[in-house]
Design a protein around this ligand. Structure first.
Ligand code: PEP
Length: 256
């Protein structure tokens, strides 16, 4: 299966709109025309418009970092799928920071994924075990459960319109990335394997699964060399144009 790599930059709560514009301009000139890889920038909500104008007409896509599952209503501070649909094509769902600090559960991740899909957004569904779960040997169980629940009641067509990011929580922002072989094993068994059980092997083979957690220009090659890893969800290194450029170019080359 020939899966085009994807590299998504999660800018988290960083960059003012002016700073976001500057970074987006640098990335457009660095990788805006690059073939063989999909690049998605996920700035904060308030910068979606300015970054969207800068990447328009280039090969760089745009994503949000979160959404609410309701279409509208009395949910102060929230943003819905129909609001995002006019602005971007992707949205991160269930990032571990949302699970950890904002009470997101497997059930709300499922509702958010469904809301995104209903409005033609591509959810980037994040799964991954915490440090204590990792140390207790519970990685398989946790990731399997997260995938099962995130995809509950989705049909095959919807599942095929998703991306998944395996992000061990202990690797996010810590500088301690997983090994390529270790991440590949979890992705093959507990992500692609479960997707195959749920939707069949053709869907599992076609699904693009990213690794996230302290990805750098130095380690991206190791991740991209793995058969089940199709790209990266990049936090810290996505805020520095030269680093993100190097990661994107390495991802494109690895599967060329
Ligand atoms: C992330 O935010 O999804 C992430 C993987 O962060 P970092 O690359 O900084 O570990």
């Amino acid at each position: 299966m020939n899966r085009i790599p994807v590299v998504a930059g999660n800018w988290k709560m960083n960059k003012t709109p002016a700073e976001a514009a500057e970074l987006a301009r640098a990335l457009v000139s660095a990788v805006g025309g690059l073939l063989g890889v999909e690049v998605v920038l996920c700035p904060p909500f308030v910068s979606l418009h300015v970054v969207g104008e800068i990447v328009k007409g280039t090969r760089i896509g745009l994503g949000a970092q979160n959404l609410h599952w309701e279409k509208s209503g009395a949910f102060t501070g929230e943003v819905s799928a129909p609001m995002l649909a006019g602005w971007c094509a992707h949205v991160i769902v269930g990032h571990s920071e949302r699970r950890q600090y904002f009470g997101e559960t497997d059930q709300t991740v499922n509702k958010k994924a469904k809301a995104a899909l209903a409005h033609k957004l591509t959810p980037i569904i994040c799964v991954g075990e915490t440090l204590s779960e990792y140390e207790a040997g519970e990685t398989s169980e946790v990731v399997t459960r997260q995938v099962w629940q995130a995809y509950a009641d989705l049909n095959r067509d919807e599942a095929e319109r998703t991306l998944i990011a395996y992000e061990p929580v202990w690797a996010i922002g810590t500088g301690k990335a997983a090994t390529g072989v270790g991440a590949n094993a979890v992705i093959g068994l507990n992500i692609r394997g479960i997707i195959a059980d749920l939707f069949g092997s053709a869907t599992a083979d076609g699904l693009r699964v990213l690794y996230g957690g302290s990805v750098t220009p130095a380690n991206i090659v190791e991740f991209m060399a793995q058969p089940d890893i199709d790209g990266g969800l990049v936090g810290g290194a996505s805020l520095k144009a030269p680093d993100f450029e190097a990661i994107v170019k390495a991802a494109a080359q690895a599967k060329a």
